[in-house]
Design a protein around this ligand. Structure first.
Ligand SMILES: [Ca+2]
Ligand SMILES: [Ca+2]
Ligand SMILES: [Ca+2]
Length: 243
């Protein structure tokens, strides 16, 4: 009798232990499928506008130039100083921008960016590598234009120093006062409207409602003194995401 009770207690104990442990592990109902292959089209994190490696500003990308004494790709052979990481990323050519200023201004360069079905609004930063020649190298005023009257064209008034008449111009000034290479990354949110009252005064680089979105970029070179010399190089001009 005592032995029977003992076996029963033992049995109950084992059952409750089994229940407490949650029972047998569930068996997989099917063999797990292998992970899906990575998408072949990765989100483009960097849009390289130009690295000047063709040695030309006419091809494959065409830049227009105005007033500067020199705006041309030059060899990077002698341009080694500054940030080593940047110096190793600039390749063989960069864009030299140099010239004497009149009333601070010495000219500039620009290029048209907009392409059908290439919405640039996903990019958050404007990035470039700059080779400076110390304090007094000059200032690069970056000008971005968005299309506010949906015609993919930047309307200008030649009688008013080529001021824009329909679209917004957002700007940011980079004062180049360092020696050698340095990477500059500017959040697009830090650009400011340079022509309030023209366009819709809102940064809208999206290709919506027929707008070309972000249409073009220009660099205006401003000297450190009213008759000073602008002298720096640009390379790896890009739009980037989240940097
Ligand atoms: Ca280069
Ligand atoms: Ca327009
Ligand atoms: Ca706008």
């Amino acid at each position: 009798m005592n032995r029977l009770i003992g076996v029963s207690i033992c049995f109950c104990f084992m059952v409750s232990m089994a229940l407490a442990m949650g029972g047998p592990a569930p068996r997989p109902t099917e063999t797990a499928a292998p992970p899906a292959a990575a998408p072949t089209v990765m989100a483009e994190k960097v849009l390289l506008i130009d690295d000047f490696e063709s040695g030309s500003i006419k091809s494959p990308r065409e830049w227009w130039t105005f007033d500067l004494q020199k705006a041309e790709p030059v060899s990077n052979k002698e341009l080694k100083s500054g940030d080593e990481k940047v110096a190793s990323a600039v390749g063989n050519y960069s864009l030299l921008l140099t010239g004497m200023a009149k009333n601070w201004y010495s000219g500039g360069v620009g290029t048209y960016l907009a392409k059908e079905n290439q919405d640039l609004s996903k990019y958050t930063n404007f990035q470039m590598d700059v080779f400076g020649n110390g304090p007094g190298s000059g200032t690069a005023k970056i000008e971005l234009v968005d299309d506010d009257n949906s015609n993919w064209t930047v309307e200008q008034d030649p009688a008013k120093n080529y001021a824009l008449t329909k679209d917004d111009k957002f700007v940011y000034e980079v004062k180049v006062d360092w020696d050698g290479w340095k990477r500059v990354s500017i959040p697009l949110a830090d650009f400011v409207d340079d022509n309030p009252g023209v366009g819709d005064d809102v940064w809208n680089p999206q290709q919506t409602n027929g707008s070309g979105g972000l249409l073009q970029v220009q660099f205006i070179c401003i000297a450190a003194t009213d008759k000073g010399k602008v002298n720096f190089n640009l390379d790896n001009v890009s739009l980037t995401m989240g940097q």
